[in-house]
Design a binder for this molecule. Structure first.
Ligand code: NAI
Length: 335
């Protein structure tokens, strides 16, 4: 039995987390969920967007599954997603981007691993108005965090038989900040000569990704470029509805999809739960539940390949519930 912290999130969060819970139940997984609100909902109820009890629960359980949380644009509460990653030192954001069987997309053969630094850069939230009409937003890059994420990328590459790590930067302009990120990656690369290493300027990378994404392997990025490039890469393999992720630290791990709360389709039973389901399967692997993860993965593949039941983002007409029903049936049929 596992005890796992659950943050349903807001927007489409409750719909996609409910879908994952149903599929896990169909697979017979024995999990006790500790459910917590966060973000705008928690702020309205308790005047705290990141409740202490939630952080304590994750620290105790070491593992959480999280739906997306809305961050108001240019006003309101600061990002709870960023706050959670910082509070738990979830320094590595790991996002595997792969073609899924049965999901048509612009490219085939995409098999990329995004390793995004998750604690600093422009996400430090340090901004102030210098004088009216002039704002300064601080981009923090440290040798410690840059080295730590580079070590993570190389260790991941080795453990998963990956041949190459590409560090992404804009050190031609931000010579000190991105320069430090790059120099830290170079140093780490010299300790791992069995994995090849190269570099790309972020704008050139974007062009190359939309022309030949199959030529990239592990991408190592500072926080902001990692955020933007993740969504670009999701677009290469079928969209935000199918790309999973994990926020990993030395102690705790929080699994969540790349996508946000999708307010345009929230509460309409239209969201694709695949991205959160794949994140939850990463979580099962992390917990050593490999057999269950493989069985659910096979059921998901079966439904996607059959193609008759798919959500609107993948060109189908099925609701979240209908798609979830189909995956549950496939899981039960495989049992
Ligand atoms: P978004 O990822 O929520 O949506 C972008 C587009 O993708 C929308 O058209 C949406 O309908 C579609 N989409 C996303 N997930 C989908 C799914 N599972 N199935 C089908 N279609 C899907 O990005 P947006 O609109 O920029 O952000 C909305 C809110 O989410 C913002 O408040 C943002 O701060 C927050 N956000 C939260 C994240 C998190 O909790 N980790 C990550 C990214 C954004």
């Amino acid at each position: 039995m596992h005890t796992i912290t659950l943050i349903p999130g807001d927007g489409i969060g409750p719909e996609v987390t409910a879908a994952v819970l149903r599929i896990f139940k169909a697979a017979g997984l024995d999990i006790e969920w500790e459910r917590y609100e966060a973000g705008l909902i928690a702020f309205e109820r308790y005047k705290r967007s990141l409740p202490v009890e939630l952080l304590d629960s994750i620290r105790r359980n070491k593992v959480a599954l999280k739906g997306p949380l809305t961050t108001p644009i240019a006003e309101g509460i600061t990002s709870v997603n960023v706050g959670l990653r910082k509070a738990l030192e979830l320094y590595a954001n790991l996002r595997p981007v792969r073609n899924l069987a049965g999901v048509e997309s612009r490219f085939t053969g995409v098999d990329l691993i995004i390793v995004r630094e998750n604690t600093e850069d422009l996400y430090s939230g340090l901004e102030h108005e210098v004088v009216p009409g002039v704002v300064e937003s601080l981009k923090i890059i440290t040798e410690r965090a840059s080295t730590r994420i580079a070590e993570f990328a190389f260790a991941y590459a080795k453990a998963h038989g990956r041949a190459r790590v590409t560090a992404i930067h804009k050190a031609n302009i931000m010579k000190l900040g991105d320069g430090l990120f790059l120099e830290s990656a170079r140093k780490v690369s010299r300790e791992h000569t069995d994995v090849s290493y190269d570099e790309r300027i972020v704008d050139a990378l974007c062009m190359q990704l939309v022309m030949a994404p199959e030529t990239f392997d592990v991408l190592l990025l500072p926080n902001l470029y990692g955020d933007i490039v993740s969504d670009l890469c999701a677009g290469l393999v079928g969209g935000l509805g199918v790309v999973p992720g994990a926020n990993l630290g030395g102690d705790c791990a929080v699994f969540e999809a790349v996508h946000g709360s999708a307010p345009d389709i929230a509460n309409k039973n239209l969201a694709n739960p695949t991205a959160l389901l794949l994140s939850a399967l990463m979580m099962l692997d992390h917990l050593g539940e490999r057999e269950a993860a493989a069985r659910i993965r096979a059921a998901l593949d079966e439904v996607l390949v059959a193609g008759a039941i798919r959500t609107r983002d993948l060109g189908g007409t099925a609701s979240t519930t209908e798609f979830t029903d189909a995956v549950c049936r496939a899981v039960e049929g495989s049992g």
